[in-house]
Design a binder for this molecule. Structure first.
Ligand SMILES: C[S@@+](CC[C@H](N)C(=O)[O-])C[C@H]1O[C@@H](n2cnc3c(N)ncnc32)[C@H](O)[C@@H]1O
Length: 241
């Protein structure tokens, strides 16, 4: 289950890549703009502000996230990126921090790119931190819950979409977090969700008790109480031919 409140706790750090993604989308007056995996909808609103004359469509597979989006005034619905297909008048398709949760990116991107009309824009961003220490430490504690990352390299994404005009890049954000155990709090809202779902309350407490000191060692708190948390993200924008 997604917790919109926990997810939004780091809204500033989590939002910045979205703006840097859509900055590379050159659409001027798109007919339909889609936010695939819209989460709590705060960034969908930014799409409406950027393209006020567009029909904005938003969906997410989490009913909790959809409820939060609807409460924020975004007409989101429950749907799944693995089965959803763009309508023919979709001129901008944005999916931000979503596809890391689903497999088979080559097939999914190929089907979306072929369903979009020439001139449309497909923009995606995914975390590229699967090999980062935070993830590696979680895997070391619960190897039975480890999953393979479906995320590809920027070059692999560029190659998949090479018949279109494609722009792929990566950025490592050196995020300055504050408070006690900030990396643990960050990953509780995202990467640890499947672990929480698989453990009972006592196992979860033990797991957190083991993980917290490892994360503190890997990401030490600075004398001023803040903690650096480097976070790599991968961006791809394709202008469909
Ligand atoms: C990290 S949040 C990103 C939310 C929003 N796009 C943002 O940038 O703030 C990941 C979102 O992906 C959604 N999600 C995960 N798997 C999905 C799927 N198969 N189809 C649609 N949404 C999915 C989750 O429910 C969650 O809201």
């Amino acid at each position: 289950m997604w917790d919109p409140g926990k997810y939004l706790a780091f809204a500033d750090h989590r939002s910045r890549p979205f703006y840097e993604l859509i900055a590379r989308v050159g659409a001027t007056s798109p007919r339909r703009v889609v936010d695939a995996g819209c989460g709590p909808g705060h960034l969908t609103s930014a799409l409406s502000l950027r393209w006020p004359s567009a029909v904005v469509e938003a969906f997410d597979s989490s009913p909790e996230m959809v409820s939060a989006a609807v409460a924020a005034g975004v007409p989101a619905v429950v749907d799944d990126v693995t089965t959803w297909q763009p309508k023919p008048d979709t001129d901008v398709l944005v999916t931000n921090a979503v596809l890391q949760w689903v497999p088979s990116h080559p097939a999914l991107l190929a089907s979306w790119a072929s369903a979009l009309s020439p001139g449309a824009w497909l923009a995606m961003q995914v975390p590229g931190n699967f090999d980062g220490q935070s993830h590696a430490l979680v895997r070391s504690l619960v190897p039975e819950l480890a999953r393979d990352s479906p995320v590809l390299s920027p070059v692999e994404y560029a190659d998949l979409l090479s018949s279109h005009e494609v722009d792929a890049w990566e950025t490592t954000y050196v995020q300055r977090l504050s408070g006690p155990d900030p990396v643990l709090e960050w990953i509780k809202g995202t990467a640890l969700r499947p672990v929480r779902a698989a453990l009972d309350d006592a196992e979860w407490k033990d797991f957190l008790g083991a993980l917290a000191p490892l994360l503190r060692e890997a990401y030490p708190m600075r004398p001023d109480g803040t903690t650096w948390f480097p976070f790599r993200r991968i961006f791809v924008v394709a202008h469909i031919r």
